[in-house]
Design a protein. Sequence first.
Length: 320
Amino acid sequence: MNAPPAKPDAIAHLIGRAEELISRLEAVLPRPLGAPDWSASIAFRYRKRTGSSVLEPVRHVAPIRLTDLKEIDPQKERLVRNTLQFLAAEPANNVLLTGARGTGKSSLIKACLNEFAPRGLRLIEVDKTDMIDLPDIVDLVAGRPERFIVFCDDLSFDEGEPGYKALKSILDGSIAQASDNILIYATSNRRHLLPEYMKENLSYTHTDDGEVHPGEVVEEKISLSERFGLWISFYPFSQAEYLVIAQQWLRHFGVAEGNLANAQPHALVWALERGSRSGRVAMQFARDYAARGAAPLPARGAAGGAAEANREGDDQESIE
């Protein structure tokens, strides 16, 4: 028997359901990365939304300048030189900035952006979990006249993370060469970007003359950081360097020159209590000191607290 013809109302209902299903599928299916308004900012963040990825303009870029950064002149000189080569369309390297926490690694990259944005430098911040999408970002900016730094702060990977392979391929190894208007600048506290375990030492071999050769596991971990053409290392600050940085930040926050010497005991006690003499700690101290003015030292007093800080500074190069 032939089935009775479908009623018009039933057909319309089925069509409506199909259109609803298609709309839901389109909402979750990935869509190509769209270009932002490039004139909206000098810095952008890569963000994933439901079913799409976007480059969001950063409305308020940190105003730090190269002149604000003290006691890291060698590191500053190397990064500025590489960036100037990049802006001049000359050969330049991807950069890995590693070392002690709070010593100015990410601040130096932001300062370079502010310094050279008038010359066409732009920055795209990408989280390490989104490194797998780097090829899409490279393709998006390939035809742009600006020069782009892809910035990943505090980069490190755990075993098996997919972003590790994507970054490794983009740096050096993919059959498709990255465009010449993009570089990767990354900061990390780990030189090799992956966790290292005591058991991996067992994979080392040595020859009869005592020469040591790393095993395959160690070689794999070293291979990613080696693909960064330029390594810039940052070291813990001495007490004298910490005080210079604290004075710079006190000036930045409007403390009068005549009060800088009086602030030194406070800065030493602050560092002692924090267990660190980093540039970040110096900035945090200066912000607090400038807001409350020349307040008394904590209860132990300048003679006790500052003297203890001085003794620790004399006995060791760093308290980090």
